[in-house]
Every structure is written in structure tokens, then in C-alpha cells.
Design a protein around this ligand. Structure first.
Ligand SMILES: [Zn+2]
Length: 229
């Protein structure tokens, strides 16, 4: 069964969206209408999600273009409800290359936030964090803070987050690649445990789910490296 739909192509890299993302969009639209929002307001909410979606696509293209720079092709980019994945044909073993490919994604979001900051300043919009998540807040400041949030979230040093790869690359420049992967995945699993337990005790039920996913991804990364060496 085909589970993804192609929605575009950039410089030879095909972009796909997983069907669950479309279900999520429809669900959010329905939820807004159910909450008593007008169709226009519900569409605006969906529009904000699509804007974030575009920022995440640009983030993944950041990884893909940096990888291409080192001769590594990207098979495709797939967008899921919890984020995007740029599937690289292979992962570099050179720490400096891994570092630059990992950092390229968050760097794109930082650049977008910078452009929005300049745009907001020129237009005289309020860009403070406290006013950005009010219902009447303007899209420029909201998107700017969401992009900064994406940078912080992706830089958490846990596989499969970009921060996990940055950490492994930093360690691998000092020691054996296997040991670096082991230490990076232990730190990732430790962080996943802390976030998971914190979420459970604070009623944030998606956090343990994400933590379990990160925990398994860290294990897989170690397995992957062991298989290849
Ligand atoms: Zn990334």
C-alpha cells in the first residue's frame, strides 16, 4: 500500500507527505469548527500549520543540500505529523561532514527566524514571546518563535534529533566512532528517560511516547554502527 503522496520536487529531490499528516490537518480543521470558530478562522489555523510545515521542509532541504555538498544524495524527503525526514543515501563517517549536515537543518530555521525578525521590525509588529501565542497574535511573530522552538527542539542531544548527531560528531573527532556512538546514545537514552518520566508525572502524555521513540532510535543507531564496522 502506498502510504505517502508526492507534493513536489526541489532540485531533483522528491517531497512526499505521509497520509497521516493529511488526516491530522482535517482533524484540526474539524476540531476548530467544533470549538465554534468560523470557517475563516479554522482555515487560518490550518494555514499556520502549513506555514510551519513549509519551514520544516526547508529544514530538511538544508540537510539534503549540505549532504549533496559532500557527494551524498538524498533518496527523498518525507513529512510526518511529528516532523520531516530527509533520507540520505548514506551517513558520512567523517565527523566534520556529519556535524555540518546535522547543523544545516536547524541553521535554516535560525535563518528564517532572523528574516522574520527583520520583517517584523520593519513592519513595526510586536515580537515579544508573551504576546505571540495570543489568538490575535500576528503570524510573523508566531512563526518566528516557532522557528526558534524548532532550533531548540532539534538541538536536544538525543538520536534521532540533529543534536544527537552533532554530539556524536563532536565525540567522534576525539575518539573511536563506535565509542562516540555508544556515549551519544547513552546520553540520548538518559535524556529520553528524564523527559518521559517528567511527562508522565505532569500529565503531558505525548512526551513519554516521543521519549520511547527516541530511546529506541538511540538503540538502533548503536546497532546500525555495530553492523557496519
Ligand atoms: Zn533536522
Amino acid at each position: 500500500m502506498k502510504t505517502t503522496i508526492k507534493f513536489g520536487s526541489v532540485s531533483g529531490i522528491d517531497l512526499f507527505v505521509h497520509w497521516t499528516f493529511l488526516i491530522m490537518l482535517a482533524g484540526i480543521f474539524g476540531f476548530y469548527v467544533y470549538q465554534g470558530l468560523t470557517i475563516i478562522a479554522a482555515l487560518a489555523g490550518v494555514g499556520l500549520i502549513l506555514s510551519v510545515f513549509a519551514c520544516v521542509v526547508l529544514h530538511e532541504l538544508g540537510h539534503a543540500f549540505m549532504a549533496r555538498n559532500f557527494g551524498i544524495p538524498t533518496i527523498d524527503i518525507v513529512m510526518y505529523p511529528i516532523g520531516g525526514v530527509a533520507r540520505l543515501a548514506r551517513m558520512p563517517r567523517e565527523p566534520k561532514q556529519e556535524f555540518l549536515i546535522a547543523i544545516a537543518g536547524p541553521a535554516v530555521n535560525l535563518a528564517i527566524a532572523g528574516v522574520l525578525f527583520v520583517l517584523g521590525s520593519v513592519l513595526g509588529t510586536t515580537l515579544s514571546a508573551s504576546s505571540s501565542f495570543q489568538p490575535q497574535a500576528n503570524i510573523i511573530s508566531m512563526l518566528m518563535w516557532i522557528n526558534l522552538g524548532l532550533v531548540a527542539f532539534n538541538m536536544i542531544p538525543a538520536f534521532p534529533m540533529d543534536g544527537g548527531r552533532v554530539l556524536r560528531a563532536a565525540l567522534a573527532s576525539q575518539m573511536d566512532y563506535r565509542n562516540a556512538t555508544h556515549i551519544a546514545s547513552l546520553i540520548g537514552q538518559g535524556l529520553a528517560l528524564v523527559f518521559g518520566v517528567y511527562g508522565m508525572f505532569n500529565g503531558m502524555w505525548t512526551l513519554p511516547l516521543v521519549a520511547a521513540f527516541v530511546f529506541m532510535a538511540a538503540r538502533q543507531e548503536v546497532q546500525h554502527v555495530m553492523d557496519k564496522t
